[in-house]
Design a protein around this ligand. Sequence first.
Ligand code: NAD
Length: 434
Amino acid sequence: MKLLEKVKSRSAKIGVVGLGYVGLPLAVLQAKTGFTVIGIDAVAEKVELVNKAKNYIGDVLDSDLQEVIEKKKLVATTDFSALQECDVILICVPTPLTKNKEPDITAIVKVTEHLANYAHPEMLVVLESTTYPGTTEEVILPRLEEKGLTVGQDLFVAFSPERVDPGNEDFKTHNTFKLVGGVTEACQKVAKAFYEQSIVKIFPLSSPRVAEMAKVFENVFRSVNIALVNELTVLCDRMDINVYEVIDAAATKNFGFMAFYPGPGVGGHCIPLDPYYLSWKSKEYDIHTRFIELAGEINEGMPYYVVNKLQRVLNQRGQCLKGAKVLVLGVTYKADISDDRESPATKVIELLQKENANVSYVDPFAPNFTVGSQQYASQELTPQLLADSACALILTAHSAFDYDMIVEQAPVVFDTRNGTRNVESHRDRIVLLS
Ligand SMILES: NC(=O)c1ccc[n+]([C@@H]2O[C@H](COP(=O)([O-])OP(=O)(O)OC[C@H]3O[C@@H](n4cnc5c(N)ncnc54)[C@H](O)[C@@H]3O)[C@@H](O)[C@H]2O)c1
């Protein structure tokens, strides 16, 4: 049977490479759609967990994982030779930065090497990892063509970015517009037919490069707008203006304004990293993407701003940071999720350590948190713990926190997320970013 028919009849076998925040939900979605799915990951522990239906990703329902494992619609392995059985390969491996903030596409290259070993005619390969424009056609395609396969005839290649917003209850993979850019028209046709089986809205694009650029642009857009409001916050602080009141006021405009909120920095696997993929690539074209660099500079400066302001807050109370008991509330990179990758809490705590502050933390989503050589364990949030601290520092405004209790018990609350917005009593104890 030809690939297109296999895809449409859902008899195609799907290989999902990388079973993390993106890959596992995608593998479960495809298995629930009726495809037989093989999940491949380099980490044996993850593979074991998946095969035992032990869920480790918040956006996956335990019951969904159990169902697809029990029905044998999803199996996981570390063995890349499984690729030879697959008709469709979805690549969801990480795309981090090097220490010098350059793209590190080692995982994509490694997977491509495996693919080159096991590629066969009538195969669709889709890269879902976020990366710089050109990766699909410059890195993946040439290596597969060396196998004697011809793109658009017996090999189909596309880029289709994952755009999931972890923890978002309304928009999941199946109801978020899926951008699809195939290398040729035939690639586009097969890739579109495949995604149509499980995703409600497909948005076809003329090439992988357009899709790659669109995905990075979305994240640059967020990074730049967050930086803009962070910069405004620093100015508002100097001018003694409440930035949240300013944002709320501006947001009353029915058009032309979109509210972004300040914070102690940006986190997660996307916003702090992806823009640098584009700024790196742009240099090949003699373009210096100044917005990206500037946004990075402002956002990366926020943890320093937070610690400086905390120093001022304690100073006004006749205390200093050295030896002060700082109780950090929330260490994951955003509210109500367990992902702590690139969390600004890491930098803030590192700076507090340098000042010899006495740091402890509470986070219902992160039982342990490591900064440098120091390992911390989450404390239980009790009135006594708050009362014993010099300051409660809110870095992530989880909805499970009892903000009334926090403000009532802590001597002072430095709230970098405006999580205390609805607290009515003792507001004089709350210090905001501005
Ligand atoms: N997390 C998000 O919210 C999100 C959203 C949209 C896009 N993305 C993009 O999706 C991609 C994956 O991100 P993620 O958050 O799922 O990362 P992750 O770290 O959660 O998962 C990646 C998985 O790939 C595995 N892996 C690493 N190298 C491998 C290799 N060579 N072979 C096989 N498996 C390998 C890891 O063990 C891990 O399980 C990245 O490019 C990211 O930018 C992430």
